[in-house]
Design a protein around this ligand. Structure first.
Ligand SMILES: [Zn+2]
Length: 414
């Protein structure tokens, strides 16, 4: 894959700054992007007890404690709506270029060679990479369960999803709503997780009104398995001891099947959707399901892009995820935005930024809490030393990751 390299991904010692403050603090910069429709030149964000109480232009009252960051831009911490931090230690180690099935096999083998400590170290390094590349909110998908403590003790906001493959009969699962972090559940995919388990997971997350995540309509293998009920993927499941004889998949698309199981609603995050057809998109749109695009991962693993135009025409709410370092080079959401801008130049830059901020925050169960810098939101933002002469230039430079210098992440806690 022809991928640009971006200077901002350099590790920055100021990443992950946390301030505790009951006194109001004012954070000024040349530009404030509160959301895609609220861009203020020479503006400020005023924060008290961890929450934004004012977003405005010019100066506030002279007595306020003020930090002037410079002529650059303050914008929300970005949202990586789908990642697998626990696979970070596999960076650069999966070599196959022989399709998704071969990739999954190699991943399982190589992951089994690594001890939990190595996987945890990889995940911790992944969290640092996220902060240094402007991301403060994540949807972490954990199959092994080993990232729970790292995630909950970190300054990341978002959701830690316990992901289930096969059957969950013997797994104790819990969902928990928090202020800036939720714990919820994810079904791996309709072609890997039993229908009873998928229904159980969805019901568990719904009981707590939490998001439920699922890889959906991702691969050719998944599509063929649904079409034929046999073949390479069926053999693979049998090898892994997963009995799929009772799964009523034949003749349905993965989306239709997920809908029949009652998995699709506005608290579901459907990830990938590379093979979704027109009817699938109608279902997704009608049920207000969030879709997470992982475009660089799709290019690497499937050589295919989802129908983003069709999704946007149907007003499907899109967000962005990097997937894991086992399939992409970086966990940078800026890299993901730049790739989206390159592949789909018809999308206005403001909408790409919205995918990586407000939409991602809403998909992870934090609408009106994270993903924008309007009053009432949490004080989670970043400063980038990017000089721009107009809103248009500012958005284009950000979305195409055309800036130099370190990103400062600022998290003002209660
Ligand atoms: Zn994934």
């Amino acid at each position: 894959m022809n991928q640009k390299k971006f200077l901002h991904t350099a590790v920055n010692q100021h990443s992950g700054i946390s301030l505790n403050s009951s006194e109001p603090s004012v954070h000024r910069a040349g530009w404030i992007i509160a959301d895609k429709n609220t861009i203020i030149q020479n503006g400020y964000v005023k924060i008290q007890n961890g929450y934004i109480i004012e977003t405005g232009k010019g100066r506030t009252t002279p007595n306020d404690k003020e930090v002037d960051y410079g002529e650059g831009v303050i914008l929300p911490g970005l949202v990586n709506a789908h990642t697998h931090l626990e696979l970070s230690a596999l960076k650069d180690s999966i070599r196959t270029t022989n399709g998704f099935h071969a990739w999954v096999k190699e991943l399982i083998e190589k992951r089994a060679d690594l001890d939990p400590e190595t996987l945890k170290e990889g995940a911790a390094s992944g969290i640092r990479d996220m902060f240094s590349s402007g991301c403060a909110v994540a949807g972490e998908i954990s199959t092994l369960g080993i990232t729970h403590d790292l995630f909950s003790e970190s300054s990341l906001s978002g959701v830690w999803f316990q992901e289930i493959l096969g059957n969950s009969r013997n797994t104790v699962l819990k969902c928990k709503k928090g202020t800036n972090q939720h714990v919820s559940v994810a079904g791996h995919a309709p072609h890997t997780t039993s229908p009873d388990t998928l229904k159980r997971l969805k019901a568990l997350s719904l009981r707590e009104q939490l998001p439920f995540s699922i890889h959906l309509s991702e691969s050719e293998e998944e599509r063929l398995f649904f079409e034929q009920g046999k073949g390479q993927w069926a053999d693979f499941l049998t090898e892994r001891g997963i009995d799929f004889s009772g799964w009523e998949i034949r003749g349905k698309t993965p989306v239709k099947y997920a809908d029949n199981l009652g998995l699709l609603d506005s608290r579901t995050l459907a990830v990938h959707m590379n093979y979704a057809d027109e009817k699938d998109l109608q279902i997704i749109s009608g049920k207000n399901v969030f879709v997470c695009l992982c475009l660089r991962s799709n290019a690497r693993l499937h050589g295919r892009m989802p129908d983003v135009k069709g999704m946007m025409d149907k007003k499907i709410k899109l967000c962005l995820g990097t997937d894991s370092l086992a399939s992409v080079e970086t966990l940078s959401v800026f890299d993901e935005m730049a790739y989206a801008a390159e592949k789909f130049p018809f999308i206005p830059p403001g909408e790409i930024l919205e995918m990586a901020t407000e939409n991602g925050a809403a998909a992870l169960g934090f609408p009106g809490v994270l993903g924008s810098l309007l009053p009432g939101r949490m004080g989670v933002f970043q400063y980038i030393p990017l000089a721009a002469s107009s809103e248009k230039q500012l958005l284009e430079s950000l979305v195409n990751a055309e800036f130099d210098g370190s990103i400062q992440m600022i998290i003002v806690k209660e």
